[in-house]
Write a protein that binds this ligand. Sequence first.
Ligand code: NOJ
Length: 547
Amino acid sequence: MDHRRPWWRTAVVYEVYLRSFADGNGDGLGDVPGLRSRLPYLAGLGVDALWVTPWYPSPMADGGYDVADHRDVDPRFGTLADVDALLDDAHALGLRVVVDLVANHTSAEHPWFRAALAAGPGSPERSRYLFRDGRAGGEDPPNDWISAFGGPAWTRVTGPGGPEQWYLHLFAPEQPDLDWTSADVREEFDGIVRSWLDRGVDGIRVDAAPALAKVPGLPDAGHAPGASFASSTWVDNPHWDVDEVHEVFRRWRRIGDTYDGDRLFVSEAVVNGPERLARYVRPDELHTTFNFDYLKAPWDARALRAVVDGTLAALAPVGAPATWVLSSHDETRHVTRFGRADSAAAVMGFDDAAAADPVLGLRRARAAALLTLALPGGAYLYQGEELGLPEVEDLPVEALQDPTWERSGHTARGRDGCRVPLPWSGDRPPFGFAPDGVPPWLPQPASWASLTVAAQDGDPSSTLSLYRAALRLRRDLLGEEPLTWLELGADVLAFDRGAALRCVVNLSAVPLPLAGLGRPLLASGAVGEAAGDALAPDTAAWLAPPG
Ligand code: NOJ
């Protein structure tokens, strides 16, 4: 194994959705001290790094992605001293820490936005955001752009003298978009990036990266009435994946390169296909990027193979490693998704709540974990997937907090179902997430008693044990070996990673004979002699290829 290669080329990064990971101060909301107390669990799981979702001061209109101060910590999540202690402890355990940078928008409570409202039209304060006069004498929004959470992307300001300009928000109205042509904005974020790198974080995840640049003049996008955000299909869209975004990434890369320790920039970028995605990770831009095509693919061998091949082919010319991801705090948990007749993910928070077969979903999710962790490059795990947690689809509507629910006119429940706090131990809520008697900020299902970390710990058949074993083997066996496909049938994914590892995934409806393919090292379900030397449907195995 080459120990000189940057860690992020092959890292397994665990997404900590901070609000829902562990509550250290007993208020029912996850926080930095809670996360710090559970770091040994993550080190024992065998991941290389954590990406922690925003801990910044925030009115929480979008779960902390509405940032009021990019350089501080919300008191509900802890203090800067807690973050320093977290970084120290994580590093002592060999874990790297990636923070979230929300640069497309601020909170409406950010001092800049308050100043912009107060200063009025035409002021320098307003030029940091995208304020425009409305059409039709001011009555209509300046253009037809839409919000990712549903509805128009513009909200009209009411000033002391009545209704006046509109401001752009590609997400919630509480998240006004910054204008990245403003020198103030660019320089402020240079300082924010430096402040976290100076504090010792190992990487920065760039939120909503394709949103940062807009086509000058803000022309109509041509969205159909009632259209929803579908950035994976958009071509030449004036508010998404506009080429000028890359100037921002180059600027940050120049800053990152002045630091030691292989600091990482990883983008969240849902764009139209792997060629557009590869532009985010050109040698002087970001290092890696989430791979949403993989996350959105259905449980289908041809579709998955096409994504794997398309990703690797598009990234090879720019020299960036791939990343693979199945779930996040924005998407239906894949145990549930893979149990549905249509197992492809839709747009964040807008999946149809179609019936799911939980047994089938979990079987496929376990197989998908072995597939994901065998692919070349890095991987992102979302907290709780190592426990096989399903989406919570029956949260009472009064518990829903995601802005999608309101913004969609109560047609899409949004993303709360994948954000339910983790079950750690015990036989009833809050399952060790918070002190006994403290209700978590979203209610946990009573049925999670059998899915807690404590319940799965030491059970060799548990999903937690599968993840631990896979991560250990991956660390022992895999580096940057290329992928070589084996042809075992149209509904089978089988490939070698050098001489060390063979991964076989049976997506067909019939058992797959394994005779002669190698010695089983790990499987997501029954395999080997007990299973008639075959791999059951929706099951994956890692084998040592015959010598
Ligand atoms: C992507 C984040 O993952 C999501 O949770 C958030 O709502 C949007 N960006 C807006 O910041």
